[in-house]
Design a protein around this ligand. Structure first.
Ligand code: GDP
Length: 209
């Protein structure tokens, strides 16, 4: 409980999951539509100003970015989806890269899908979530920019999103309501990641015994 990140080291940006850092540590990945607040969220979690580049330009090479945290786990910043101006061939490249990464990255424990709390459920997000579900990949939802909307409206928005998911899925994933401006949700998210890592290391220990 009360886990805080003490050290973060940028390791690598890659397009090929096979060339990502050795899978000796557990990792969690962050993904969402461009502009959802992913960089801001990662910076908040890591107590950094500009660890993850905010608002990276569309059209730039999209990469899988690895950070080593507390010499214990990897934080992975995945390229966002849904750029309006992106070409079909770039979108296909993105899909292939993410698909391979999600399917074959052995040490990936969980994916955080970021969703702007102010928006109605978006087809792109739902499709991506459905794909994770079909793959059997554990994931959680992070509702971002909660400071931009009142508490009640936020709750309605979360409920609408969950309802939409219930059309397809029986169980709802864990979710977090966050703001990089007022720090809401930060501790819950960090403690959840810490739990994931604890579980991973306990499993490892049991395998050895
Ligand atoms: P990314 O493209 O998903 O990495 O999104 P960024 O982190 O670059 O954020 C996109 C824009 O939303 C920027 O102008 C941020 O300042 C703003 N933003 C991000 N998170 C929050 C938040 O929690 N609250 C508010 N009010 N603005 C945010």
């Amino acid at each position: 409980m009360d886990y805080q990140i003490k050290s973060v080291k940028f390791l690598k940006s890659e397009v090929d999951y096979k060339k990502c850092p050795a899978d000796r540590l557990p990792e969690v990945a962050f993904i969402g539509r461009s502009n959802v607040g992913k960089s801001s969220l990662i910076n908040m979690l890591a107590n950094h100003k500009d660890l993850a580049k905010t608002s990276s330009k569309p059209g730039k090479t999209q990469t899988i970015n690895h950070y080593e945290v507390d010499k214990r786990w990897y934080l992975v910043d995945l390229p966002g989806y849904g750029y309006a101006s992106i070409s079909k061939s770039m979108r296909e490249k993105w899909e292939k890269m993410i698909d391979n990464y999600l399917r074959y990255r052995k040490n990936l424990q969980s994916v955080f899908v970021l969703v702007d709390i102010r928006l109605e459920p978006q087809e792109l997000d739902i499709n991506f979530i459905n794909k994770l579900g079909e793959m059997g990949m554990p994931f959680s939802l992070v509702f971002t920019k909660a400071d931009k909307i009142g508490k009640n409206k936020g709750a309605v928005s979360v409920r609408n999103f969950c309802r939409k998911l219930m059309e397809t899925w029986e169980d709802l994933p864990p979710f977090f309501v966050c703001s990089s401006v007022d720090g809401r949700g930060k501790q819950e998210l960090l403690d959840y990641i810490d739990q994931i890592n604890e579980y991973y290391y306990n499993q490892k220990k049991q395998e050895k015994e």
